[in-house]
Design a protein around this ligand. Sequence first.
Ligand code: FES
Ligand SMILES: [Fe+2]
Length: 389
Amino acid sequence: MTEVGAPREQRIRRALDHLRNDTTDAFDHITWFQPEEFTDPAIAKRERDLIFGRVPSIVAHGSEIPRSGDFFTLQMPRNNIIVVRQRDGGVKTFVNLCRHRGALLEKEEKGRCRLFSCPYHRWSYDTDGTLRTITRDNTFGEPDTSSMGLVELPTEERHGFIWVVDEANAEIDVAGWLGKEMDAILSGYGLDSKIAVQSEGFDEPVNWKIMQDAFLDGYHIQYAHPNTAAKHIHTNVMAFEDFGRHCRFIAPRKSIDRWIEEDPGDRSLAKDITETHFLLPNSTLLRQPDHFQLLTFRPHPTDPQRCRMEMRLIVPPVADTEMTEEKWTRLWNKNWEILLAVLHAEDFPLLRDSQHGMTSANAGRMVLGQNEVANQVFRRETQKLLATN
Ligand code: FES
Ligand SMILES: [Fe+2]
């Protein structure tokens, strides 16, 4: 794998030094912010339009729709969409709405079909979006059907993920958006040969940025997760790299502790860390020693105080491992159950209460510390996108 930035083992040693010295990589200033950023409908609309309407974000892993005609539907911040695998192996995204009189074309969350058929007057569309049938066309009149296909959104599959810009007139260039460093980092992971063994969405009464922030946060672990995550991961220790738009950081796991006193020499400490990638605008990709975890956070289409979080467990297919299918299934099921338990019992209640707090009339300004590096990058970069016109 081509290295981007300092070699990984060197970055791990930087994290180990931080652990020894009770330090962490830090931002150059603290940042104040206002509670309205999480409650104001006008700000939320600007975010939907200037962020999600302009830049690519991940909607799924390609393995979730492997065969031609496989599709899923999804509420994006600006459009309700259908994402469907094409006969040529590509992926297209359409607004989930019939071009006749606007009925919801596909109700199912997931499925496989040869064509989309409207429940209202039974017009049908090919999976490439072309209008195929107008029912009782001898009575309907003669619209120009070539302009009546489903409305398509810019879509690209790259690094195993499906990316969409939530605006029909936009263009998509995932490599350009990721930038040289992050594009090279992701391509080194071979994510396109892995599979999403589990994926689930959670609709939460919380602003998407409060949720995204919690999953870039290495500062809360010991306090919010004392009996779960904190048993495995150190709190507030990061070896951090800022790539301008995106960033990544290494956090040491507790298994590294034997090397605090002892010199590890040049042995690999890759098993003793978690590496987190923030992909602007709304994803956290966690690289664990033997798998990946993707977390995405999407604003609700109208309500600033709601969002959808999706979590995916991305793992090597059983054929690429030494495991039996049974063992492989058991391993990832168990892993998934642990993740769900922490989310539901620990993170979600805390974050719902944060959201509630933001609605207090005199909540007052709040602050991000220098140690909250990834959160600083997330805020800096979303503010940049919102400052454009
Ligand atoms: S609204 Fe779809 S066929 Fe009439
Ligand atoms: Fe947490």
